[in-house]
Design a protein around this ligand. Structure first.
Ligand code: FNR
Length: 341
């Protein structure tokens, strides 16, 4: 379908479902077991209420922010997702260049279609990108990849800690792959996490934090940031959504928000979804599946996704009476319902 007919991220998913093979669409859409967490990720935002304050000048809107000290035009980013090449032959190149032109962060997956170096070169001049890494059981592979990531100019590592030993069981996609989506080493413990930091000088952000206890541990270990995520519901079915995890951290370990940057993702499809997470203390919010779907049109599709999403966020911010994203805090959550903070 022509891109001019696409008006939101849901339109993009429907188009992708029509265009992609069953196997490739399933590889993006799939989630673990009953997909309860996947559904909860999408549904949780309907349970949260945002306050809209009047009597404020919101004519001079500011959406730019810093992530690990680097400037970006928006507080949302393209999260790591494997195999962008399933959607388009430009694969991760179109994601990198669309992100670069819009001034937003892109974090390619280590399981990308294209090489680390090719993706780095696809960005625009001066573009800052971070890179995702997994904890492979083969440490020399990890060291080699970390060296290449740094040499290619990436500025930080999102270290995925939730899909490390054991993959989620995702029947929707296993039907196409004879169930061969198996895991690797399951022995990654706290000592391994501490040891991992000696493998690179780049800042490391643990991705896949789902409990306030693990958030607190990361703070105590001195990480500069954490990434709250249930991996889009693809790993352990039944775990809480980012909204609930952020609220748990706020309740049980509020020092985390003061001591480190917190990023979050899962089911973000609307500008208001992102604003809900930002107001709960996230500094930046990731989009996982939507950019993969948008990539069926290549760079143009990804650019349109970024501008549609930015427009939803900007308009909703103004309607909330927020002129600058840095002002977002829990006072923008209504405690009218059960979600009292
Ligand atoms: C992912 N995700 C992911 N995460 C990661 O750290 N490394 C990876 O290689 C991948 N690969 C991957 C592939 C696909 C197809 C999807 C959908 C997701 C998880 C991703 O970074 C993110 O946490 C979720 O996708 C966020 O949820 P939404 O936005 O997809 O609902």
């Amino acid at each position: 379908p022509p891109l001019e007919d696409i008006w939101d991220l849901n339109d993009m998913q429907i188009a992708a479902k029509n265009v992609l093979s069953g196997k490739y669409y399933a590889s993006y859409r799939t989630a673990a077991l009953n997909e309860y967490t996947y559904q909860a990720n999408l549904g949780i935002y309907s349970k949260v209420r945002l306050n809209g304050f009047g009597f404020r000048d919101v004519s001079n809107l500011q959406t730019s922010t810093t992530i690990l000290g680097y400037n970006f035009s928006q507080p949302f980013f393209i999260a790591p997702a494997a195999n962008a090449g399933h959607a388009n032959k430009t694969a991760e190149k179109s994601l990198a260049s669309a992100a670069g032109k819009a001034g937003i962060l892109y974090v390619p997956s280590i399981s990308s279609t294209l090489s680390i170096e090719t993706i780095a070169k696809a960005g625009v001049k001066g573009q800052v990108m971070f890179h995702q890494e997994y904890i492979w059981s083969n440490t020399s592979q990890v060291i080699d990849e970390l060296d290449r990531i740094k040499a290619a100019g990436f500025k930080a590592i999102f270290l995925t800690v939730d899909n490390t030993g054991i993959n989620g069981i995702r029947t929707r996609s296993m039907r196409y792959t004879d169930g061969s989506e198996t895991g690797h080493s399951a022995n990654f413990d706290l000592n391994s996490l501490a040891a991992f930091r000696n493998l690179t000088t780049l800042p490391i952000v643990p991705k896949g934090i789902k409990t306030w206890q693990d958030a607190k541990t990361c703070l105590e270990l001195g990480f500069p940031a954490i990434y709250v995520s249930n991996h889009g519901g693809r790993v352990l079915d039944g775990v809480p959504t980012a909204v609930e995890i952020l609220m748990d951290i706020r309740k049980n370990a509020p020092e985390v928000f003061a001591g480190m940057e917190v990023y979050a993702d899962g089911g973000v499809r609307r500008g208001t979804d992102a604003l809900i997470l930002l107001a709960l203390g996230a500094r930046a919010v990731g989009l996982g599946r939507p950019p993969m779907f948008a990539n069926i049109w290549g760079e143009e599709g990804v650019s349109r996704l970024i501008s549609l999403f930015a427009q939803e966020m900007a308009t909703s911010m103004q309607l909330m009476g927020v002129a600058d994203v840095s002002q977002l805090n829990t006072s923008y959550h209504s405690d009218a319902l059960a979600w009292s903070l």
